[in-house]
Design a protein around this ligand. Structure first.
Ligand code: IMP
Ligand code: MG
Length: 190
């Protein structure tokens, strides 16, 4: 995978959400968080690495004395499939007991990853715990997930860009595009 432009031309089938569309929606989510957490000091827990672009734009539109923390988990499975087995790679730096926690995710697919996270964080007795996800691929849900803040509902396609990756690539696309995953797998892993 060498020439970035060539890669995009070959493997990005369509732009699902442009930079402008993303910013508009992120502003709407930030506004709702501003209202809901008035007078509070929430902790935003971002799930590394996919949510970092979203987190960066979202928090610059939130007018609250919030703090940030990060958690990294590894979901097992080939390429794009989650198996539900999850390993904690990096835990939070600070305790969240008594805090108002908002989990910031890039995408919720089967729901297995977030389900694991919720269980792990709830056990630490936060005052409240809500989910904010940029994308929701609800057609593939295996376990129910209650989402307080949802950017976009998307169909069952594999998306990259704006933080989302395929095998660590494409995160730095400024928009969200649909990856021709069959073609990528055939060309690079076939
Ligand atoms: P879940 O456990 O199936 O909900 O998987 C969620 C995780 O799978 C996300 O945090 C992503 O890392 C990854 N994932 C699921 N769908 C996509 C996609 O379309 N593009 C990129 N990553 C995805
Ligand atoms: Mg993720």
């Amino acid at each position: 995978m060498n020439d970035f432009r060539e890669l995009i031309q070959k493997y990005i089938k369509e732009v699902l959400f442009s930079e402008d569309e993303i910013q508009l929606r992120v502003s709407e989510l930030a506004e709702r968080i501003n209202e809901d957490y008035q007078g509070l000091e929430p902790v935003l827990v971002a799930v590394l690495k996919g949510s970092t672009y979203f987190l960066s734009d979202l928090t610059r539109k939130i007018e609250l004395p919030l703090s940030l923390d990060f958690i990294a988990i590894q979901s097992y499975g080939a390429h794009s499939e989650t198996t539900g087995a999850v390993k904690l790679l990096k835990d939070l730096d600070e305790p969240i007991e008594g805090r108002d926690v908002i989990i910031i995710e890039d995408i919720i697919d089967t729901g297995l990853t977030i389900n694991y996270l919720i269980r792990s964080l709830k056990a630490r007795s936060p005052r409240s715990l809500r989910i904010c996800t940029l994308l929701d691929k609800s057609a593939r849900r295996l376990v129910p997930v209650e989402i307080a803040y949802r950017g976009f509902e998307i169909p069952d396609v594999f998306v990259v860009g704006y933080g989302l990756d395929f095998e660590q690539k494409f995160r730095n696309l400024p928009y969200i595009g649909v990856l021709d995953i069959d073609r990528v797998v055939e060309d690079f892993y076939g």
